[in-house]
Design a protein around this ligand. Sequence first.
Ligand code: PEP
Ligand code: MG
Length: 539
Amino acid sequence: MELQGKSVFGGIAIGKLSIYNKGENVVKRSKVDDVEAEVKRFEEAKETAKAQLKGLYDKAMKEVGEANAQIFDVHQMMLDDLDYVESIENMIRSQGINAEFAVATTGDNFSEMFAAMDDDYMRARAADVKDISNRVVSVLQGAEEGGIDSSEPVILVADDLAPSETVQLDKSLVLSFVTRHGSTNSHTAILARTMNIPALIGIDYSDDVNGKFAIVDGYEGKLIIEPDEETLKIYEEKKHADEEKARLLLELRGKENVTLDGKKINLYANIGGVGDVADVLKNDAGGIGLFRSEFLYLGSNDFPTEEEQFKAYRTVAENMAGKKVIIRTLDLGADKQVDYFSLGNEENPALGYRAIRICLTQPEIFKTQLRAIFRASYYGNISIMYPMIISVDEVHEIKAIVAEVKKELDEAGIPYGNVEQGIMIETPAAVLMSEELGKEVDFFSIGTNDLTQYTLACDRQNPKLERFNDAHHPAVLKAIQMTIENGHKGGAWVGICGELGADTTLTETFLRMGVDELSVSPSRILAVREKIRTTDLSK
Ligand code: PEP
Ligand code: MG
């Protein structure tokens, strides 16, 4: 059987299909014999949940201050709310049912009741009561994590994968990603490129594919389930040819990124964490042009501490041994959500409370990260860049916060290095202000994924818009050109770190525009190098 979808990264994968286990708690109603023992089970689970929340409160208090920690305090109090507890215990006693079902049902009932209230504060509690109920249910059931139900590498099939889910996956078990939803620019697609494995979207699979043998054709966007022997042989040969090509590209390691007529540029790599550095080195990148630091937040169940962040940044800087490492500050929000952050629901998340907007609104979180980056800068060649900038005022505000952080480090006698500072150009406002912004910073890095989304008003997550969300649109290319010219006028160097930077059909165009740096997935470094080395700008 053959299913047609759309490829988001090429290549061939051959192996068993495995449907991603979301790890959601399914709550079933069942009868119990000893209702008092069941009430006791609930009481104990409630105390465990409270202890977990207390732990979260203490950690958040240290990391992000009282205002942000308070929610965990509120959750502890809600668990002791008399009406809530009585409703659960009453249900267990009067209906003789299991604690899980009583907690989940009470959670749903209270949540509906709060949601229907006039008062804004009470309405906001609807999500909280659900949250605490889920926590107690998890304790009662023994918390179950989502993941891959296999010990051998598989083609991972899912409806869709949230960034927080992909970061927690055991990557060594994934041969390919196949999703029903998702889009070319989704973070699953970016992850597939980083891992150099094929990925398909828009595959309408049925549940009975689980465990079946299949081929992913990342060139044609096809999933071939239970292929016949002849087809399998053809694909095995194709896979072998791919491996041979990759081997030949590896011979470009150690060579310069220079055109036939002598123009040199920097070729750096994009990473999501410490685990990607081995690939950066293997593919001989000249540095790291984008370290998506939010993956440290997405991969954790709580705010990463200053120490945890410091360790990650220092390790990357040390492993890169003096080569440039550009750390992008926290870019959460929109499609990158974490439970513990409580960013709240938004009508238009892509136009919402995200990235630098969170950092400037909650400076304690921002300062924790900046302190960790500055401390790590002593151990390597670290630069910082800020995402989603729209104005010069924001840059001034950032500079003031950075000055505070440096002053505090100076006072504590903590050393730090010389840190270049840049901004991402990923909004039309930043492009239009690029002349003024270029005078303020050391460098620009153009985020073409978001710049395309905002220039063309096309949600990058919406698969229906694939046809319209065209990164080759002349408006996007004009925006890139204008940014490069204005950046240079102001004395800033200009790079591209969005996915378009790896598109070898545009490498010559970018070189002619005068780009100084391209930052691409580690697996794309050598292909882009080959393109640069065969380009002649004198013609
Ligand atoms: C971009 O928007 O192009 C970018 C590099 O950032 P992200 O894909 O992480 O939003
Ligand atoms: Mg972006």
